[in-house]
Design a protein around this ligand. Structure first.
Ligand code: KPL
Length: 308
């Protein structure tokens, strides 16, 4: 099976590094020094798994180069693992790589990209997916697998079942990425979204690790932000667990990731664009469409926009 990974950053390189131990054929699309390292010297993987993967294990397409015609319509699966500002470029690369009956999914945080994929490729070629694996890049060509999570895959608009993706799930399983099929992938997407809209912007504003959000007054604000999103999800017909369960899950994640500096805080500190537009701003947009006010998400969105 040929798999294209579009956006070979931390998570993309982790996925590629894990898939390298399977029989899959890999194409990576990335930018800058990191992509150059992946192409010439390969990848050093450390943390949960230590490995050295040779640069000839995959074909790297640097974003600075034109897309080669040799890889046109060659991938059975395309996995998007990139940042929001590059959506259009990524979709174009996906269109170039995917076979006419290929399947696409994204492991990025936030919501809205699945709809864009559906628009681009068709509803029956898009799955919803999320991951709780944690990874960062200490240096170009090196990825630290910091937290072992799982990779959830499920139906987005087209109702698929586990049996339809046995080969892909078995490759992902062999790779160590701990795949789990969920019948309604949209619920999994929303569950991750709810955690990210609550934790990420507040941790980014106060500039502290996740455990600081467990302080009672801060925790109440974090919960209130999440519950605005819960309302939107339910109005969209998503069957979530009850509020008490969702709040307990939020607390649990804050405890489990207590020493983490969340991705939005890392982006703010590095001067990179944040994911606010596909997280809290997306909640506001959906609220506007439904006529549901989302004042806390609006407030935190404008605070984060001003942190740039
Ligand atoms: O997904 C995360 C992130 O940092 O983006 C959480 C779960 C909040 C962990 O830090």
């Amino acid at each position: 099976m040929r798999i294209g990974i579009i956006g070979a950053g931390s998570i993309g390189s982790l996925v590629a590094g894990c898939l390298a131990s399977t029989e899959s054929d890999l194409i990576l699309y990335g930018r800058g020094l990191h992509a150059a390292e992946l192409m010439v010297n390969g990848l050093t993987l450390s943390g949960i798994k230590d490995d050295e993967i040779n640069g000839d294990r995959w074909e790297v397409i640097p974003s600075e180069h034109p897309l080669p015609s040799t890889v046109h319509s060659s991938c059975e699966v395309v996995i998007f693992t990139g940042k929001p500002s590059t959506d259009m470029e990524f979709l174009e690369v996906g269109r170039h790589l995917l076979k006419p009956d290929g399947i696409a999914f994204s492991l990025s945080n936030g919501m809205g990209f699945e709809e864009k994929m559906v628009h681009e490729f068709g509803a029956n070629r898009v799955l919803s997916a999320t991951t709780t694996h944690g990874a960062y890049r200490p240096t170009p060509g090196h990825v630290e697998w910091a937290g072992k999570g799982e990779l959830m895959l499920g139906s987005f608009m087209h109702p698929y079942s586990f049996e339809d993706f046995q080969q892909l799930l078995s490759i992902l399983n062999k790779s160590g990425l701990a795949p789990r099929w969920v019948d309604d992938g949209r619920v999994a997407l929303w569950n991750k979204m709810l955690l990210n809209i609550a934790i990420n912007p507040v941790a980014a504003v106060i500039g502290k690790e996740n455990s600081a959000l467990l302080e009672p007054i801060t925790f109440d604000s974090v919960v209130a932000l999440m519950l605005e999103g819960v309302k939107i999800a339910r109005m969209e017909g998503i069957q979530l667990e009850n509020d008490e369960h969702l709040v307990n899950r939020l607390r649990e994640v804050l405890v489990q990731t207590g020493s983490n500096y969340c991705s939005m805080l890392q982006d703010v500190r590095a001067g990179r664009p944040t994911e606010i537009e596909i997280l809290n701003a997306e909640i506001c947009r959906r609220g506007e469409r439904l006529g549901v006010p989302t004042p806390l998400n609006q407030l935190i969105t404008s605070l984060i926009r001003q942190l740039r």
